[in-house]
Design a protein around this ligand. Structure first.
Ligand code: SF4
Length: 501
C-alpha cells in the first residue's frame, strides 16, 4: 500500500432499519435515551452506516441459542425475525427461536409489551430453563418497548431483556457482547448476594477466563500454555451454561482475546479481576501474552519463563515448517483480524492491510502497535469499500475477507479465503494455530493460476450488471434507462414526502 487511508464511503444514514438518525431520534423520544447512550459509548460507530453485513442482532441471538437451558425470544418485525431465524438454523442452531409478533396497533397501544410479558411467563418454567432472553430488534427499540420492566426472575428463571437495534450496535460481533455482558452482570449481582451454583468441573488452580468465541481446540491449547504457570483455563465467555458465568467471574485474570467485549470486560473489572489484551498467537504474541497473564496473576518470573520455554520452541518449529511467501490482505468482522495478521507475518507473509469491522479498543493496542511497527495499515471500523480499495491497491496473492470481498477477489482472479468459514474454523493459538493457518494459506495461494484461467475463460462474457444467462452476447443497457429510472425514483420520493407531510 502507498500508506494513504482508503476512501471512506458516504454516510447516507440509511440502512435496512430505514435510517439510523430517524430511528435513534424515535428511540430517544420513546424513553430509551439511557439505553442508547450506553450502546453509543460501548460501541462507537464507524465511518459507514451499519449494518454492512448481517443483522447485528444475530450476535445476541447466537449467544443465547448456544447456551444450555436458555430460551431466546425475539421482538421485532416479521421480516427481521425471518432472516434471523433462517441464519441461526443455517448455522445449525437446532433450537427454537421464540417470537412475539406485533402490528401497528399493538405497538402503538403498548399491547406488545403485555404480549412479551405473557410469553415470558409462559416460557419461564424452572424445569426447562435457567434463563429467558428477550431481544428487542429495531422497531420495538425505536418504539420504546420497555424490556427493563419485565420481572427480573420468575420462579427462579432469570429474565434478561436487551435492546439490540441495528442503528445502535454496529456489528454482530458487538451484539454478542450486549448479551454476554448483560448475563455476566446478572450473574455478578447474584454472586454478590449469596452462594451460587458450583461449576461442573472445579480444579484447585487459579484460572484465566478467555473472552471470545474460539475454535473448540483453542481452549485446551490455552490450558497447556498456562499449565507451567500453575494456571488453568476458566470456562470461556460467552458461556455455554449459566453456572459457567460464576466460574468465569471467579477467575484470577480475564483475557480479552477478542477485543470488542466492552460490556463483558466492565463486569470483570467490577468483580475486581484484571483484564489483559491480545492473545497467544505466534512466537512474539505468545511470549508477550504469557508475560502479561503471568504478571496479572502474580506468577513468579521463573514460572513465566518456564511457560515460555515450553511453548515457544514448538510454535517456532510450526512456523518454520510452514513458511508463507506471499502478500496477503486480511479483512473481517470477527474481531480476531489483527491476531491472524500477526500470525501470518510471523510465518513470513507480507501483510500490507488489515481491516476489521470492530472498533479500536485498548485490548488490541499491543497487536495494533506490533503491526504498525511492521508497516501494516490497520483500519478499525473498516467498511467493505475500504477493504476493496486496499485489495485493488496492493493486488495481494491472497485476500482473506468477508463474502462480498471474496466474491470481488475471485472476479479479479485473486485467490481468496472466507474469514469466517475458513480462518475462524481453525485453531489460532499456540503451535496448533501456527500450523493450521499456514497450511490453509499455502493451499489457497496455489490456486492462483486456476483463477487466472477462469478469468480468461469468461473474458468478454459480461460482468456485474451486464452479466446475463441465456443471451447470445453481452447484455446492453437500454439507452437512457438509468435517467428514466432515476427520474421515476425521485418523483416517487417527492410524492412520499408530500404524503408524509
Ligand atoms: S433488526 Fe434492524 S438491523 Fe436487523 S434486519 Fe431488522 S431492521 Fe435490519
Amino acid at each position: 500500500m502507498d500508506g494513504s487511508v482508503p476512501p471512506t464511503p458516504p454516510d447516507t444514514g440509511s440502512g435496512c432499519h430505514g435510517g439510523r438518525d430517524t430511528m435513534l431520534e424515535a428511540a430517544r423520544a420513546a424513553g430509551k435515551s439511557d439505553a442508547m447512550d450506553r450502546l453509543m459509548a460501548d460501541y462507537p460507530r464507524g465511518p459507514h452506516d451499519q449494518p454492512q453485513s448481517m443483522c447485528p442482532a444475530f450476535g445476541s441471538l447466537r449467544v443465547g441459542l448456544r447456551m444450555r437451558r436458555t430460551a431466546t425470544i425475539l421482538s421485532g418485525s416479521a421480516c427481521c425475525v425471518y432472516g434471523l431465524t433462517f441464519t441461526s438454523h443455517f448455522y445449525g442452531a437446532r433450537r427454537t427461536v421464540g417470537y412475539v409478533p406485533f402490528n401497528s396497533e399493538t405497538l402503538v397501544r403498548g399491547q406488545l409489551f403485555e404480549d412479551i410479558r405473557d410469553a415470558v411467563y409462559e416460557v419461564a418454567k424452572p424445569a426447562d430453563y435457567d434463563a429467558v432472553v428477550v431481544i428487542n430488534l429495531c422497531v420495538p427499540t425505536a418504539s420504546g418497548v420497555p424490556l427493563d420492566r419485565l420481572p427480573k426472575q420468575i420462579d427462579g428463571v432469570r429474565i434478561i431483556g436487551i435492546d439490540v437495534p441495528g442503528f445502535g450496535v454496529p456489528t454482530h460481533a458487538e451484539a454478542k457482547d450486549v448479551l454476554a455482558g448483560a448475563m455476566l452482570r446478572y450473574a455478578r449481582t447474584e454472586a454478590e448476594q449469596g452462594p451460587v451454583a458450583r461449576p461442573r468441573q472445579q480444579g484447585d488452580l487459579p484460572t484465566v477466563a478467555m473472552i471470545g468465541e474460539f475454535f473448540p481446540g483453542d481452549p485446551p491449547g490455552v490450558g497447556a500454555l498456562l499449565a507451567p504457570m500453575g494456571l488453568a483455563p476458566a470456562p470461556p465467555l460467552p458461556s455455554r451454561e449459566w453456572r459457567d458465568l460464576y466460574a468465569a467471574l471467579d477467575c484470577q485474570v480475564a483475557a480479552a482475546a477478542h477485543p470488542f467485549y466492552t460490556a463483558t470486560v466492565r463486569e470483570f473489572r467490577a468483580a475486581g479481576r484484571p483484564v489483559v489484551g491480545s492473545a497467544p498467537v505466534g512466537v512474539e504474541g505468545t511470549a508477550a501474552w504469557l508475560e502479561a497473564v503471568g504478571q496479572a496473576a502474580n506468577v513468579s518470573a521463573d514460572r513465566i519463563d518456564a511457560a515460555k520455554a515450553r511453548a515457544l520452541p514448538a510454535i517456532r518449529a510450526a512456523l518454520d515448517a510452514n513458511p508463507i511467501r506471499a502478500r496477503v490482505t486480511v479483512s473481517g468482522y470477527e474481531g480476531s483480524e489483527l491476531l491472524v495478521a500477526r500470525l501470518l507475518i510471523e510465518a513470513g507473509a507480507e501483510v500490507p492491510y488489515v481491516g476489521t469491522a470492530c472498533p479500536r479498543t485498548e485490548w488490541s493496542d499491543a497487536d495494533r502497535e506490533w503491526l504498525q511497527e511492521r508497516g501494516v495499515h490497520v483500519q478499525y471500523r473498516a467498511s467493505l469499500e475500504q477493504d476493496m480499495a486496499a485489495m485493488r491497491d496492493v493486488r495481494p496473492d491472497l485476500a482473506v475477507g468477508t463474502t462480498p470481498l471474496v466474491q470481488k477477489a475471485k472476479e479479479m482472479g485473486i485467490p481468496a479465503l472466507y474469514f469466517t468459514n475458513m480462518v475462524s474454523a481453525r485453531p489460532l493459538f499456540g503451535a496448533a494455530g501456527a500450523g493450521a493457518l499456514a497450511g490453509i494459506v499455502a493451499a489457497q495461494i496455489g490456486g492462483g493460476a486456476r483463477f487466472n484461467r477462469m478469468v480468461a475463460f469468461f473474458e468478454g462474457a459480461g460482468a456485474g450488471e451486464t452479466a446475463g444467462y441465456g443471451f447470445n452476447g453481452v447484455p446492453r443497457e437500454p439507452k437512457g434507462a438509468r435517467d428514466r429510472y432515476r427520474r421515476a425514483r425521485e418523483a416517487r420520493a417527492r410524492a412520499a414526502e408530500a404524503v408524509g407531510n
